[in-house]
Design a protein around this ligand. Structure first.
Ligand code: APR
Length: 236
C-alpha cells in the first residue's frame, strides 16, 4: 500500500542514543528538580535564576551531541517523500534540525517543535522569538521591549503547545501516522494517534518497548530507534 500523507511524532526516545539526557527520570525528578520548579510559568516567576540555569545547562549540552541514525533516516525520508510529510517533535534539542541540514528535504516536508526549542528565546512582553545559543541571565533583558525579559522558548506545563492548528490539519489528512520514542504520557501529543485513526490512517508505534497506549496502534515495532527507524522506513 502506498501512503502519501505522513505524520511522524517523535519524543525523547529518538534522541536517547545521541546521549541527550531525558528530562524525566524514574524517580520522577528532572535532574534533581521537581517539574513545578523548572518547567512551569510559576516556577520561572518564583526563581528565574534556577530556571534559567536549568535550561542553560541543557543548551550547553547540545554542543556535545550529534544526530543519530534515526534522525538521519527521517531526514533521508524527507528528501524522497513525494506527498506531505509533517515531522512533529516534542524534543527541544536541535538534532532533527541538524540532520535535515545535511539532506535537502522535498517541498512537502515541514518540521515542527511543538514544545519549543532550547536554541530560541522569547520576549515575555512582545512574544518575539529569536535564536539564542548562549546562556540566559536570570533577568535577561529583551531587545524587543523595554520591560521585557528573555525566557527560554520552551512550552512549560500549563502552556499551549505550538502550531496546533497546523498539526491538527495534517492529522486529519494523514494516511500514515508513526509515533517514535515517546511514552504517550503528555497531551496533546498523546492524543494524536486517535486523531490519525479517526482520519483512517495506518498507525504505527516505534519504541524500545510497548507503551501503555500500544492498543491504540495498528502495529508496533520494538527495539532501539537507531535500528528500528531506518529499518521501518526502508521497508515502506
Ligand atoms: N529507542 C526508542 N525508544 C526509546 C529509546 C530508544 N533508544 N530510549 C527510550 N525510548 C522510549 C521509552 O521507552 C519511552 O517510551 O522513549 C520514551 C521516552 O518517554 P518520555 O521520557 O516520557 O519522553 P516523551 O514522551 O518525549 O515526553 C513528552 O514530556 O517531559 C515532557 O515536555 C517534555 O516533550 C516532553 C514530553
Amino acid at each position: 500500500m502506498t501512503h502519501r500523507n505522513l505524520v511522524v511524532l517523535t519524543g525523547a526516545g529518538v534522541s536517547a542514543e545521541s546521549g541527550v539526557p531525558t528530562f524525566r527520570a524514574s524517580d520522577g525528578l528532572w535532574c534533581g528538580h521537581r517539574v513545578e520548579e523548572v518547567a512551569t510559568p510559576e516556577g520561572y516567576a518564583a526563581d528565574p535564576a534556577l530556571v534559567q540555569d536549568f535550561y542553560n545547562q541543557r543548551r550547553r549540552q547540545l554542543a556535545e551531541v550529534h544526530p543519530n541514525a534515526a534522525h538521519l533516516a527521517l531526514a533521508e525520508l524527507a528528501a524522497r517523500w513525494e506527498g506531505d510529510f509533517l515531522l512533529v517533535t516534542q524534543n527541544v534539542d536541535d538534532l532533527h534540525d541538524r540532520a535535515h541540514e545535511r539532506v535537502l528535504p522535498a517541498p512537502g516536508f515541514e518540521l515542527i517543535h511543538m514544545h519549543g526549542e532550547l536554541l530560541k528565546g522569547r520576549c515575555t512582553r512582545s512574544g518575539v522569538v529569536s535564536r539564542w545559543t548562549g546562556d540566559m541571565a536570570a533577568h535577561e533583558p529583551s531587545p524587543d521591549h523595554p520591560d521585557g525579559r528573555i525566557r527560554p522558548h520552551i512550552v512549560w506545563f500549563g502552556e499551549m503547545s505550538l502550531r496546533m492548528d497546523r498539526i491538527d490539519r495534517a492529522l486529519s489528512a494523514c494516511d500514515l501516522f508513526v509515533s517514535i520514542g515517546t511514552s504517550g504520557n503528555v497531551y496533546p501529543a498523546a492524543g494524536f494517534v486517535q486523531q490519525a485513526r479517526h482520519a483512517g490512517a495506518r498507525t504505527v508505534e516505534i519504541n524500545l518497548e510497548p507503551t501503555l497506549g500500544r492498543s491504540m496502534f495498528d502495529e508496533g515495532v520494538y527495539g532501539p530507534a537507531t535500528r528500528t527507524v531506518p529499518e521501518f522506513f526502508a521497508g515502506l
